[in-house]
Design a binder for this molecule. Structure first.
Ligand code: AMP
Ligand code: MG
Length: 372
Protein backbone atom coordinates (compact mmCIF):
# COMPACT_ATOMS: atom_id res chain seq x y z
CA UNK A 1 0.00 0.00 0.00
CA UNK A 2 2.32 2.77 1.18
CA UNK A 3 5.43 3.52 -0.87
CA UNK A 4 8.25 1.67 0.86
CA UNK A 5 10.84 4.30 0.04
CA UNK A 6 8.92 6.74 2.10
CA UNK A 7 9.80 5.39 5.43
CA UNK A 8 11.33 1.98 5.46
CA UNK A 9 13.83 2.04 8.28
CA UNK A 10 13.27 5.50 9.55
CA UNK A 11 15.38 4.51 12.49
CA UNK A 12 18.07 6.85 11.19
CA UNK A 13 15.85 9.79 11.95
CA UNK A 14 14.75 8.44 15.25
CA UNK A 15 18.23 7.50 16.37
CA UNK A 16 19.97 9.76 18.82
CA UNK A 17 16.90 11.72 19.64
CA UNK A 18 18.70 14.23 21.80
CA UNK A 19 21.09 15.22 19.10
CA UNK A 20 18.29 15.39 16.61
CA UNK A 21 16.16 17.51 18.84
CA UNK A 22 19.01 19.91 19.11
CA UNK A 23 19.04 20.23 15.36
CA UNK A 24 15.31 20.47 15.32
CA UNK A 25 15.32 23.46 17.53
CA UNK A 26 18.14 25.06 15.65
CA UNK A 27 20.26 25.59 18.71
CA UNK A 28 23.39 23.82 17.63
CA UNK A 29 25.07 27.19 17.23
CA UNK A 30 23.87 28.51 20.56
CA UNK A 31 26.32 30.76 22.29
CA UNK A 32 25.44 31.22 25.97
CA UNK A 33 27.61 34.28 26.34
CA UNK A 34 25.61 36.22 23.74
CA UNK A 35 22.39 35.31 25.42
CA UNK A 36 23.54 36.41 28.85
CA UNK A 37 24.39 39.82 27.48
CA UNK A 38 21.22 40.29 25.48
CA UNK A 39 18.94 39.30 28.31
CA UNK A 40 20.44 41.48 30.97
CA UNK A 41 21.94 38.60 32.92
CA UNK A 42 19.34 35.91 32.21
CA UNK A 43 20.72 32.62 31.01
CA UNK A 44 19.20 29.72 29.19
CA UNK A 45 17.60 27.11 31.44
CA UNK A 46 16.86 23.71 29.99
CA UNK A 47 15.28 20.50 31.10
CA UNK A 48 14.62 17.18 29.42
CA UNK A 49 11.90 14.87 30.58
CA UNK A 50 10.29 11.74 29.26
CA UNK A 51 6.51 11.88 29.31
CA UNK A 52 3.68 10.91 26.96
CA UNK A 53 6.05 8.44 25.33
CA UNK A 54 8.14 11.38 24.17
CA UNK A 55 11.46 13.00 24.98
CA UNK A 56 10.50 16.56 25.87
CA UNK A 57 13.02 19.38 25.87
CA UNK A 58 12.17 22.71 27.41
CA UNK A 59 14.34 25.82 27.09
CA UNK A 60 13.52 29.14 28.59
CA UNK A 61 15.43 32.30 29.25
CA UNK A 62 14.46 32.97 32.83
CA UNK A 63 13.95 31.36 36.19
CA UNK A 64 14.90 27.65 36.43
CA UNK A 65 12.19 27.11 39.04
CA UNK A 66 9.62 27.53 36.29
CA UNK A 67 10.94 24.40 34.62
CA UNK A 68 10.35 22.32 37.74
CA UNK A 69 6.81 23.60 37.89
CA UNK A 70 6.40 22.87 34.16
CA UNK A 71 7.53 19.29 34.67
CA UNK A 72 4.96 18.88 37.40
CA UNK A 73 2.26 20.25 35.12
CA UNK A 74 3.18 17.77 32.39
CA UNK A 75 3.12 14.85 34.84
CA UNK A 76 -0.24 15.97 36.27
CA UNK A 77 -1.70 16.26 32.79
CA UNK A 78 -0.40 12.88 31.71
CA UNK A 79 -1.88 11.31 34.84
CA UNK A 80 -5.25 12.77 33.83
CA UNK A 81 -5.40 11.86 30.17
CA UNK A 82 -3.14 8.88 29.50
CA UNK A 83 -5.17 6.20 27.76
CA UNK A 84 -2.88 3.45 29.02
CA UNK A 85 -3.14 4.49 32.68
CA UNK A 86 -6.19 2.78 34.19
CA UNK A 87 -6.27 5.46 36.91
CA UNK A 88 -6.48 8.42 34.52
CA UNK A 89 -9.79 10.08 33.66
CA UNK A 90 -9.64 8.51 30.22
CA UNK A 91 -8.60 5.11 31.55
CA UNK A 92 -11.51 5.12 34.01
CA UNK A 93 -13.99 6.29 31.39
CA UNK A 94 -12.98 3.60 28.90
CA UNK A 95 -13.32 0.91 31.59
CA UNK A 96 -16.52 2.28 33.17
CA UNK A 97 -19.72 0.30 33.64
CA UNK A 98 -22.98 0.94 31.87
CA UNK A 99 -25.06 3.52 33.73
CA UNK A 100 -27.91 4.45 31.43
CA UNK A 101 -29.58 4.07 28.08
CA UNK A 102 -29.50 7.00 25.67
CA UNK A 103 -31.37 6.78 22.36
CA UNK A 104 -31.69 3.04 22.82
CA UNK A 105 -27.95 2.56 23.34
CA UNK A 106 -26.17 1.47 26.51
CA UNK A 107 -23.89 4.22 27.80
CA UNK A 108 -21.12 4.12 30.37
CA UNK A 109 -20.02 7.23 32.23
CA UNK A 110 -17.33 8.65 34.47
CA UNK A 111 -16.58 11.90 36.21
CA UNK A 112 -13.67 13.66 34.55
CA UNK A 113 -11.56 16.52 35.82
CA UNK A 114 -11.85 20.05 34.47
CA UNK A 115 -8.70 19.78 32.37
CA UNK A 116 -9.79 16.54 30.72
CA UNK A 117 -13.22 18.01 30.07
CA UNK A 118 -11.65 21.05 28.46
CA UNK A 119 -9.44 18.93 26.19
CA UNK A 120 -12.37 16.66 25.30
CA UNK A 121 -14.58 19.60 24.46
CA UNK A 122 -11.96 21.21 22.27
CA UNK A 123 -11.06 17.90 20.63
CA UNK A 124 -14.72 17.22 19.82
CA UNK A 125 -14.96 20.64 18.17
CA UNK A 126 -11.97 19.75 16.00
CA UNK A 127 -13.53 16.38 15.14
CA UNK A 128 -16.56 18.31 13.96
CA UNK A 129 -14.56 20.98 12.13
CA UNK A 130 -12.67 18.26 10.23
CA UNK A 131 -15.83 16.27 9.45
CA UNK A 132 -14.59 13.32 11.45
CA UNK A 133 -11.15 13.01 9.82
CA UNK A 134 -10.09 13.46 13.43
CA UNK A 135 -12.09 11.11 15.61
CA UNK A 136 -11.12 10.58 19.25
CA UNK A 137 -13.11 7.33 19.31
CA UNK A 138 -10.81 5.63 16.76
CA UNK A 139 -8.78 4.14 19.63
CA UNK A 140 -10.06 0.52 19.47
CA UNK A 141 -9.05 0.42 15.80
CA UNK A 142 -5.58 1.83 16.56
CA UNK A 143 -5.27 -0.78 19.32
CA UNK A 144 -6.29 -3.66 17.08
CA UNK A 145 -3.57 -2.76 14.58
CA UNK A 146 -1.16 -3.02 17.55
CA UNK A 147 0.03 0.58 17.50
CA UNK A 148 -0.48 0.94 21.24
CA UNK A 149 1.43 -2.19 22.22
CA UNK A 150 3.86 -2.88 19.39
CA UNK A 151 2.19 -6.25 18.81
CA UNK A 152 1.36 -5.40 15.24
CA UNK A 153 -1.10 -7.23 13.01
CA UNK A 154 -3.26 -6.51 9.99
CA UNK A 155 -6.88 -6.96 11.10
CA UNK A 156 -9.40 -8.72 8.87
CA UNK A 157 -12.05 -6.72 6.99
CA UNK A 158 -14.68 -8.19 9.27
CA UNK A 159 -12.81 -7.16 12.42
CA UNK A 160 -12.50 -3.63 11.09
CA UNK A 161 -16.13 -3.31 10.11
CA UNK A 162 -17.20 -4.52 13.58
CA UNK A 163 -14.89 -2.02 15.26
CA UNK A 164 -15.95 0.86 13.01
CA UNK A 165 -19.55 0.48 14.19
CA UNK A 166 -18.40 1.92 17.51
CA UNK A 167 -16.34 4.77 16.08
CA UNK A 168 -18.39 7.96 16.17
CA UNK A 169 -17.26 11.01 18.12
CA UNK A 170 -20.75 12.55 17.80
CA UNK A 171 -21.95 10.02 20.39
CA UNK A 172 -19.68 11.41 23.13
CA UNK A 173 -21.70 13.36 25.71
CA UNK A 174 -20.24 15.90 28.11
CA UNK A 175 -22.62 16.85 30.92
CA UNK A 176 -22.23 19.08 33.96
CA UNK A 177 -22.81 17.23 37.22
CA UNK A 178 -24.19 20.33 38.94
CA UNK A 179 -20.90 21.09 40.65
CA UNK A 180 -17.56 21.87 39.06
CA UNK A 181 -17.04 18.45 37.59
CA UNK A 182 -18.09 17.07 34.26
CA UNK A 183 -19.55 13.67 33.55
CA UNK A 184 -18.49 12.13 30.29
CA UNK A 185 -20.77 9.51 28.77
CA UNK A 186 -19.83 7.26 25.88
CA UNK A 187 -21.47 4.18 24.35
CA UNK A 188 -20.65 0.92 26.13
CA UNK A 189 -18.27 -0.39 23.45
CA UNK A 190 -16.60 2.90 22.64
CA UNK A 191 -13.13 3.87 23.84
CA UNK A 192 -11.64 7.32 23.46
CA UNK A 193 -8.09 8.60 23.29
CA UNK A 194 -6.71 12.14 23.24
CA UNK A 195 -3.29 11.13 21.88
CA UNK A 196 -3.74 13.05 18.64
CA UNK A 197 -4.00 16.37 20.50
CA UNK A 198 -2.18 15.74 23.79
CA UNK A 199 1.19 17.16 22.82
CA UNK A 200 -0.31 20.24 21.20
CA UNK A 201 -2.38 20.86 24.32
CA UNK A 202 0.77 20.42 26.41
CA UNK A 203 2.94 22.80 24.41
CA UNK A 204 0.18 25.43 24.48
CA UNK A 205 -0.31 24.94 28.23
CA UNK A 206 3.43 25.38 28.83
CA UNK A 207 3.59 28.40 26.52
CA UNK A 208 0.74 30.05 28.44
CA UNK A 209 2.34 29.22 31.76
CA UNK A 210 5.79 30.52 30.81
CA UNK A 211 4.37 33.63 29.16
CA UNK A 212 2.20 34.45 32.16
CA UNK A 213 5.32 33.99 34.31
CA UNK A 214 7.13 36.68 32.36
CA UNK A 215 9.14 34.55 29.94
CA UNK A 216 9.56 36.25 26.58
CA UNK A 217 11.94 33.80 24.93
CA UNK A 218 11.83 30.02 24.96
CA UNK A 219 11.40 26.87 22.99
CA UNK A 220 9.31 23.81 23.79
CA UNK A 221 10.19 20.70 21.85
CA UNK A 222 7.93 17.73 22.45
CA UNK A 223 9.54 15.08 20.29
CA UNK A 224 9.70 17.26 17.21
CA UNK A 225 6.48 19.12 17.90
CA UNK A 226 7.78 22.57 18.63
CA UNK A 227 6.26 25.71 20.11
CA UNK A 228 8.27 28.94 20.17
CA UNK A 229 7.84 31.59 22.81
CA UNK A 230 8.80 34.92 21.31
CA UNK A 231 12.05 34.99 19.36
CA UNK A 232 15.61 34.22 20.40
CA UNK A 233 16.93 36.60 23.05
CA UNK A 234 18.87 38.49 20.36
CA UNK A 235 15.58 38.97 18.49
CA UNK A 236 16.50 36.57 15.69
CA UNK A 237 13.71 34.19 14.81
CA UNK A 238 13.96 30.59 15.97
CA UNK A 239 15.06 28.15 13.30
CA UNK A 240 12.97 25.01 13.51
CA UNK A 241 13.79 22.03 11.33
CA UNK A 242 11.03 19.89 9.86
CA UNK A 243 11.93 16.22 9.65
CA UNK A 244 12.22 14.51 6.33
CA UNK A 245 9.63 11.73 6.00
CA UNK A 246 11.90 9.87 3.57
CA UNK A 247 13.87 6.89 4.79
CA UNK A 248 16.80 7.53 2.50
CA UNK A 249 17.35 11.03 3.84
CA UNK A 250 20.93 11.62 4.90
CA UNK A 251 20.38 14.74 6.99
CA UNK A 252 16.94 13.77 8.29
CA UNK A 253 15.84 17.33 7.64
CA UNK A 254 13.38 18.38 4.98
CA UNK A 255 13.68 22.08 5.60
CA UNK A 256 13.90 24.85 8.14
CA UNK A 257 11.25 27.31 9.21
CA UNK A 258 12.15 30.65 10.73
CA UNK A 259 9.51 31.37 13.30
CA UNK A 260 8.49 33.21 16.41
CA UNK A 261 5.47 32.89 18.70
CA UNK A 262 3.99 29.89 16.89
CA UNK A 263 3.55 26.15 17.23
CA UNK A 264 5.02 23.96 14.51
CA UNK A 265 3.52 20.50 14.73
CA UNK A 266 4.12 17.60 12.39
CA UNK A 267 2.32 14.33 11.82
CA UNK A 268 4.25 11.73 9.87
CA UNK A 269 3.78 8.08 9.09
CA UNK A 270 7.44 7.51 10.01
CA UNK A 271 6.67 8.12 13.69
CA UNK A 272 5.14 4.67 14.21
CA UNK A 273 4.75 1.95 11.62
CA UNK A 274 5.32 -1.69 10.80
CA UNK A 275 5.92 -3.67 7.67
CA UNK A 276 4.20 -6.87 6.70
CA UNK A 277 4.47 -8.71 3.40
CA UNK A 278 6.29 -5.79 1.88
CA UNK A 279 3.64 -3.26 2.86
CA UNK A 280 4.03 -0.44 5.33
CA UNK A 281 1.25 0.31 7.78
CA UNK A 282 1.41 3.44 9.90
CA UNK A 283 -0.40 4.75 12.94
CA UNK A 284 -2.67 7.40 11.42
CA UNK A 285 -5.98 5.76 10.64
CA UNK A 286 -8.71 6.87 8.27
CA UNK A 287 -11.93 6.60 10.30
CA UNK A 288 -13.82 5.86 7.07
CA UNK A 289 -12.25 2.43 6.58
CA UNK A 290 -10.22 1.79 9.73
CA UNK A 291 -7.00 1.46 7.75
CA UNK A 292 -3.78 3.46 7.82
CA UNK A 293 -4.16 6.37 5.42
CA UNK A 294 -2.91 5.72 1.91
CA UNK A 295 -3.66 8.94 0.09
CA UNK A 296 -0.19 10.06 -1.01
CA UNK A 297 0.50 12.38 1.94
CA UNK A 298 3.52 11.36 3.99
CA UNK A 299 3.95 14.39 6.25
CA UNK A 300 1.81 17.31 7.40
CA UNK A 301 3.21 20.23 9.37
CA UNK A 302 0.82 22.80 10.77
CA UNK A 303 2.07 26.22 11.86
CA UNK A 304 -0.16 28.44 13.95
CA UNK A 305 -0.67 30.43 17.12
CA UNK A 306 -2.48 27.65 18.96
CA UNK A 307 -0.62 24.40 19.67
CA UNK A 308 -3.80 22.43 20.26
CA UNK A 309 -5.29 23.42 16.92
CA UNK A 310 -2.03 22.63 15.13
CA UNK A 311 -1.85 19.15 16.65
CA UNK A 312 -5.48 18.35 15.84
CA UNK A 313 -5.08 19.56 12.27
CA UNK A 314 -1.77 17.82 11.62
CA UNK A 315 -3.49 14.49 12.23
CA UNK A 316 -6.76 15.41 10.53
CA UNK A 317 -5.25 16.84 7.34
CA UNK A 318 -2.96 13.83 7.08
CA UNK A 319 -6.16 11.78 6.95
CA UNK A 320 -7.87 14.10 4.48
CA UNK A 321 -5.17 13.85 1.81
CA UNK A 322 -3.70 16.63 -0.29
CA UNK A 323 -6.66 18.01 -2.24
CA UNK A 324 -9.01 18.15 0.72
CA UNK A 325 -6.24 19.46 2.97
CA UNK A 326 -5.55 22.31 0.56
CA UNK A 327 -9.19 23.31 0.28
CA UNK A 328 -9.56 23.05 4.07
CA UNK A 329 -6.64 25.46 4.41
CA UNK A 330 -8.09 27.78 1.77
CA UNK A 331 -11.28 28.05 3.79
CA UNK A 332 -9.45 28.67 7.08
CA UNK A 333 -7.55 31.61 8.45
CA UNK A 334 -5.90 30.25 11.56
CA UNK A 335 -2.93 28.21 10.32
CA UNK A 336 -0.29 27.65 7.66
CA UNK A 337 1.00 24.28 6.52
CA UNK A 338 3.66 22.23 4.79
CA UNK A 339 2.40 19.09 3.05
CA UNK A 340 4.76 16.48 1.63
CA UNK A 341 3.57 13.83 -0.79
CA UNK A 342 5.18 10.46 -1.45
CA UNK A 343 6.60 11.62 -4.80
CA UNK A 344 8.71 14.17 -2.90
CA UNK A 345 6.73 17.30 -3.74
CA UNK A 346 6.60 19.89 -0.97
CA UNK A 347 3.55 22.16 -0.74
CA UNK A 348 3.93 25.30 1.37
CA UNK A 349 1.12 27.74 2.12
CA UNK A 350 1.70 31.36 1.22
CA UNK A 351 1.85 32.66 4.80
CA UNK A 352 5.11 30.82 5.50
CA UNK A 353 6.51 30.55 1.97
CA UNK A 354 9.17 33.18 2.65
CA UNK A 355 10.22 31.76 6.00
CA UNK A 356 10.50 28.09 4.95
CA UNK A 357 13.68 26.91 3.23
CA UNK A 358 14.30 23.42 1.93
CA UNK A 359 17.45 21.83 3.35
CA UNK A 360 20.41 21.48 1.02
CA UNK A 361 19.60 17.79 0.62
CA UNK A 362 16.23 18.67 -0.92
CA UNK A 363 17.24 21.87 -2.73
CA UNK A 364 15.92 20.52 -6.02
CA UNK A 365 12.65 19.09 -4.67
CA UNK A 366 9.58 20.51 -6.30
CA UNK A 367 8.23 23.23 -4.00
CA UNK A 368 4.73 24.47 -4.71
CA UNK A 369 3.43 27.57 -2.99
CA UNK A 370 -0.25 27.34 -2.18
CA UNK A 371 -2.38 30.45 -2.43
CA UNK A 372 -5.97 31.22 -1.48
P1 AMP B 1 -0.40 12.62 15.81
O1 AMP B 1 0.97 12.08 16.03
O2 AMP B 1 -0.71 13.88 16.56
O3 AMP B 1 -0.74 12.73 14.36
O4 AMP B 1 -1.43 11.57 16.44
C1 AMP B 1 -1.43 10.27 15.96
C2 AMP B 1 -2.07 9.38 17.00
O5 AMP B 1 -3.47 9.66 17.09
C3 AMP B 1 -1.96 7.92 16.60
O6 AMP B 1 -0.83 7.32 17.17
C4 AMP B 1 -3.25 7.32 17.14
O7 AMP B 1 -3.11 6.98 18.50
C5 AMP B 1 -4.23 8.47 17.05
N1 AMP B 1 -4.97 8.50 15.77
C6 AMP B 1 -4.71 7.84 14.61
N2 AMP B 1 -5.60 8.17 13.66
C7 AMP B 1 -6.45 9.07 14.25
C8 AMP B 1 -7.60 9.78 13.79
N3 AMP B 1 -8.05 9.66 12.54
N4 AMP B 1 -8.23 10.59 14.68
C9 AMP B 1 -7.78 10.72 15.95
N5 AMP B 1 -6.71 10.08 16.44
C10 AMP B 1 -6.05 9.27 15.59
MG1 MG C 1 -1.87 15.50 16.05
Amino acid sequence: MINRNVLKKCAAVLLGINMFSLMLTGCSSFNPADQVESLGGKVIQTSTIFAMDTVMELQIYGDAALLNEAQQKITDLENRISVTNSESDIGKLNAACVTEVIDGKNYKSAEISAVTAQIMERALKMCERTDGALDISIYPVVKTWGFTTGEYKVPTDQELSELLKEVDYTKVVLAEDGGKNTICKIPENMQVDLGSVAKGYTSQMLTDYFTESGITSGLINLGGNVQCIGSKPNNDKWKVAIKSPFSDSKSGILGVLEASDVAIITSGGYERFFEEDGKIYWHIIDPDDGRPTDNGIVSVTIVGKDGFLCDALSTALFVKGLDEAISFWQQSDDFDAVFVTEDGTVYVTQGIADSFTLSSEYYNAEKIILTK
